[in-house]
Design a protein around this ligand. Structure first.
Ligand code: ADP
Ligand code: MG
Length: 140
Protein backbone atom coordinates (compact mmCIF):
# COMPACT_ATOMS: atom_id res chain seq x y z
CA UNK A 1 0.00 0.00 0.00
CA UNK A 2 1.42 3.37 -1.01
CA UNK A 3 1.89 6.34 1.30
CA UNK A 4 -0.30 9.10 -0.13
CA UNK A 5 -1.20 12.68 0.63
CA UNK A 6 -4.68 14.14 0.51
CA UNK A 7 -6.15 17.60 0.96
CA UNK A 8 -8.67 18.26 3.72
CA UNK A 9 -10.83 21.17 4.81
CA UNK A 10 -12.51 21.56 8.19
CA UNK A 11 -15.40 23.64 6.90
CA UNK A 12 -16.90 26.81 8.46
CA UNK A 13 -19.72 24.90 10.15
CA UNK A 14 -17.04 22.96 12.06
CA UNK A 15 -14.82 25.93 13.01
CA UNK A 16 -17.90 27.92 14.11
CA UNK A 17 -18.89 25.14 16.53
CA UNK A 18 -15.29 24.77 17.86
CA UNK A 19 -15.00 21.23 16.49
CA UNK A 20 -11.54 21.37 14.90
CA UNK A 21 -9.89 19.41 17.73
CA UNK A 22 -12.62 16.76 17.81
CA UNK A 23 -12.37 16.26 14.05
CA UNK A 24 -8.56 16.18 14.14
CA UNK A 25 -8.80 13.45 16.78
CA UNK A 26 -10.88 11.30 14.41
CA UNK A 27 -8.37 11.97 11.61
CA UNK A 28 -5.45 10.89 13.79
CA UNK A 29 -7.32 7.87 15.21
CA UNK A 30 -7.74 6.71 11.61
CA UNK A 31 -3.97 6.60 11.20
CA UNK A 32 -3.62 9.78 9.16
CA UNK A 33 -0.95 12.37 9.99
CA UNK A 34 -1.67 16.11 9.75
CA UNK A 35 1.53 17.24 7.98
CA UNK A 36 0.33 20.79 7.16
CA UNK A 37 -2.47 22.90 8.61
CA UNK A 38 -3.58 26.53 8.62
CA UNK A 39 -6.66 28.61 9.26
CA UNK A 40 -7.85 30.79 6.37
CA UNK A 41 -10.91 32.78 5.41
CA UNK A 42 -11.64 31.89 1.78
CA UNK A 43 -12.54 34.67 -0.62
CA UNK A 44 -15.47 34.25 -2.98
CA UNK A 45 -13.05 33.84 -5.91
CA UNK A 46 -11.06 31.17 -4.07
CA UNK A 47 -14.22 29.22 -3.20
CA UNK A 48 -15.52 29.45 -6.78
CA UNK A 49 -12.19 28.16 -8.11
CA UNK A 50 -11.92 25.40 -5.52
CA UNK A 51 -15.42 24.06 -6.26
CA UNK A 52 -15.31 24.95 -9.99
CA UNK A 53 -16.27 21.39 -10.94
CA UNK A 54 -19.69 22.05 -9.38
CA UNK A 55 -20.29 25.48 -10.96
CA UNK A 56 -23.38 24.38 -12.88
CA UNK A 57 -25.03 22.56 -9.97
CA UNK A 58 -28.10 24.03 -8.28
CA UNK A 59 -26.33 24.15 -4.90
CA UNK A 60 -23.22 26.03 -6.12
CA UNK A 61 -24.28 29.46 -4.84
CA UNK A 62 -25.19 28.09 -1.42
CA UNK A 63 -21.93 26.12 -1.31
CA UNK A 64 -19.61 29.07 -1.99
CA UNK A 65 -21.64 31.20 0.40
CA UNK A 66 -21.16 28.64 3.17
CA UNK A 67 -17.45 28.20 2.43
CA UNK A 68 -16.82 31.95 2.66
CA UNK A 69 -19.07 32.66 5.65
CA UNK A 70 -16.41 32.05 8.31
CA UNK A 71 -12.80 30.90 8.65
CA UNK A 72 -11.92 27.31 7.87
CA UNK A 73 -8.91 25.05 8.32
CA UNK A 74 -7.02 23.63 5.33
CA UNK A 75 -4.82 20.59 5.85
CA UNK A 76 -2.59 18.06 4.15
CA UNK A 77 -3.02 14.52 5.50
CA UNK A 78 -0.53 11.74 4.93
CA UNK A 79 -0.80 7.99 5.38
CA UNK A 80 -1.28 4.64 3.71
CA UNK A 81 -4.00 4.93 1.10
CA UNK A 82 -4.76 8.38 2.53
CA UNK A 83 -7.24 9.51 -0.12
CA UNK A 84 -9.66 6.61 0.31
CA UNK A 85 -8.93 6.27 4.00
CA UNK A 86 -9.97 9.87 4.62
CA UNK A 87 -13.08 9.54 2.45
CA UNK A 88 -14.03 6.52 4.58
CA UNK A 89 -13.48 8.45 7.84
CA UNK A 90 -15.44 11.44 6.46
CA UNK A 91 -18.50 9.36 5.57
CA UNK A 92 -21.06 9.96 2.83
CA UNK A 93 -21.69 13.50 1.51
CA UNK A 94 -25.20 13.42 3.00
CA UNK A 95 -24.79 12.75 6.75
CA UNK A 96 -28.12 10.90 6.70
CA UNK A 97 -26.39 8.23 4.59
CA UNK A 98 -23.05 8.24 6.47
CA UNK A 99 -21.91 5.25 8.53
CA UNK A 100 -21.92 5.44 12.32
CA UNK A 101 -18.70 6.86 13.76
CA UNK A 102 -17.75 8.82 10.65
CA UNK A 103 -17.00 12.55 10.90
CA UNK A 104 -20.09 13.52 8.93
CA UNK A 105 -22.44 11.18 10.82
CA UNK A 106 -21.09 12.56 14.10
CA UNK A 107 -20.83 16.27 13.33
CA UNK A 108 -22.45 17.36 10.03
CA UNK A 109 -25.51 19.61 10.10
CA UNK A 110 -26.80 18.86 6.60
CA UNK A 111 -25.73 17.71 3.13
CA UNK A 112 -24.38 21.24 2.51
CA UNK A 113 -22.88 21.98 5.91
CA UNK A 114 -21.16 18.63 6.20
CA UNK A 115 -18.11 19.68 8.21
CA UNK A 116 -15.27 18.37 6.01
CA UNK A 117 -13.86 18.16 2.50
CA UNK A 118 -11.48 15.47 1.27
CA UNK A 119 -9.93 15.00 -2.17
CA UNK A 120 -11.51 12.30 -4.32
CA UNK A 121 -8.49 11.14 -6.41
CA UNK A 122 -4.69 11.52 -6.64
CA UNK A 123 -4.98 14.15 -9.40
CA UNK A 124 -7.40 16.36 -7.47
CA UNK A 125 -5.38 15.91 -4.27
CA UNK A 126 -2.26 17.22 -6.01
CA UNK A 127 -4.09 20.22 -7.47
CA UNK A 128 -5.87 21.09 -4.22
CA UNK A 129 -2.70 20.79 -2.09
CA UNK A 130 -0.80 23.04 -4.51
CA UNK A 131 -3.65 25.57 -4.41
CA UNK A 132 -3.34 26.04 -0.64
CA UNK A 133 0.20 25.15 0.44
CA UNK A 134 3.70 25.93 -0.72
CA UNK A 135 6.27 23.14 -0.48
CA UNK A 136 7.97 24.45 2.64
CA UNK A 137 4.67 24.56 4.58
CA UNK A 138 4.30 20.77 4.27
CA UNK A 139 6.46 18.91 6.76
CA UNK A 140 6.02 15.16 6.38
P1 ADP B 1 -18.03 15.50 -1.31
O1 ADP B 1 -17.73 16.70 -0.43
O2 ADP B 1 -18.51 14.33 -0.50
O3 ADP B 1 -16.90 15.13 -2.23
P2 ADP B 1 -19.38 16.62 -3.64
O4 ADP B 1 -18.02 16.79 -4.24
O5 ADP B 1 -20.41 15.89 -4.44
O6 ADP B 1 -19.29 15.90 -2.22
O7 ADP B 1 -19.99 18.05 -3.29
C1 ADP B 1 -19.17 19.06 -2.78
C2 ADP B 1 -19.90 19.73 -1.63
O8 ADP B 1 -21.06 20.40 -2.14
C3 ADP B 1 -20.45 18.79 -0.56
O9 ADP B 1 -19.48 18.39 0.41
C4 ADP B 1 -21.54 19.64 0.06
O10 ADP B 1 -21.01 20.63 0.95
C5 ADP B 1 -22.11 20.35 -1.17
N1 ADP B 1 -23.24 19.61 -1.75
C6 ADP B 1 -23.17 18.47 -2.49
N2 ADP B 1 -24.39 18.06 -2.86
C7 ADP B 1 -25.27 18.96 -2.33
C8 ADP B 1 -26.70 19.11 -2.34
N3 ADP B 1 -27.48 18.23 -2.99
N4 ADP B 1 -27.24 20.17 -1.69
C9 ADP B 1 -26.47 21.07 -1.04
N5 ADP B 1 -25.11 21.00 -0.99
C10 ADP B 1 -24.52 19.97 -1.61
MG1 MG C 1 -16.09 16.12 -3.85
Amino acid sequence: MAIERTFSILKPDATRRNLTGAINAKIEEAGLRIIAQKRVHMTLAQAQTFYGVHKDRSFFGELVEQMTAAPLVVQVLEGENAIKRYRDVMGATNPANADAGTIRKTFALSIGENSVHGSDAPETAAVEIAQWFSGNEIVG
